[in-house]
Design a protein around this ligand. Structure first.
Ligand code: URA
Length: 199
């Protein structure tokens, strides 16, 4: 049986694609399945590769701000990436690398059974909707072919390049919180999916 812990172990030992040869640390992801919210980025950058944790560099600081300003707690969410090892020089992950790494993500999602997956950036979006443009579909919830509710938004690093995108991403985080609230209200199993903001 899969658990988030034993999936993390196999990510750390993974040598299925060439990225394992250049990584310092694999970055399985972190957080909890309780909220039912998954935040999905592209892949580890320099700082993530150094620390083995997702979103701990400049994009991570922006992501933390977005999380906290919506009264969410980072540790209540599960945060991960479509590829778990850093592509050298932060290049885009290749289609082969994404396809090979997808087994880890699929195992994580099968354990978490997320009520919503917020995709951060175009690579995470195209993992579910390969032909969609982020500028067209962001902020709109869609069901993926494998049955997940996907809420696309821009990658937090986009704010660094284009600060005028911040209100748009903030608005998408508000939608995320509303969705999580709705799931909670419809949830009749009291011990499940409790977020502090709901209690
Ligand atoms: N960018 C990502 O997409 N993921 C990280 O973990 C860090 C930066």
């Amino acid at each position: 049986m899969f658990t988030l812990e034993n999936i993390a172990d196999s990510v750390i030992r993974c040598s299925l694609c060439p990225l394992h040869a250049t990584r310092n640390h694999a970055v399985p992801g972190e957080g909890s399945a309780h909220s039912g919210i998954v935040l999905l980025g592209e892949g580890p950058g320099y700082h993530e590769d150094q620390q083995g944790r997702p979103f701990v560099g400049a994009s991570g600081n922006l992501l933390n701000e977005l999380i906290m300003s919506n009264n969410l707690k980072r540790s209540d969410l599960f945060i991960t990436n479509i590829v778990k090892c850093r592509p050298p020089s932060n290049r885009d992950p290749s289609p082969d690398e994404i396809a090979t790494c997808s087994s880890h993500l699929n195992h994580q999602l099968s354990v978490i059974k997320p009520s919503v997956i917020m995709t951060l950036g175009r690579h995470a979006l195209s993992n579910f909707f390969p032909n969609e443009l982020i500028s067209k579909v962001r902020g709109k919830v869609r069901q993926s072919t494998n049955g997940y509710k996907i809420l696309p938004t821009y990658h937090p690093a986009a704010i660094l390049r284009n600060p005028s995108l911040r209100p748009t991403i903030e608005q998408d985080f508000k939608t995320l919180v509303e969705m999580a609230n709705q799931v909670h209200q419809n949830d009749d199993t009291p011990e499940s999916r409790q977020l502090p903001m709901f209690s």
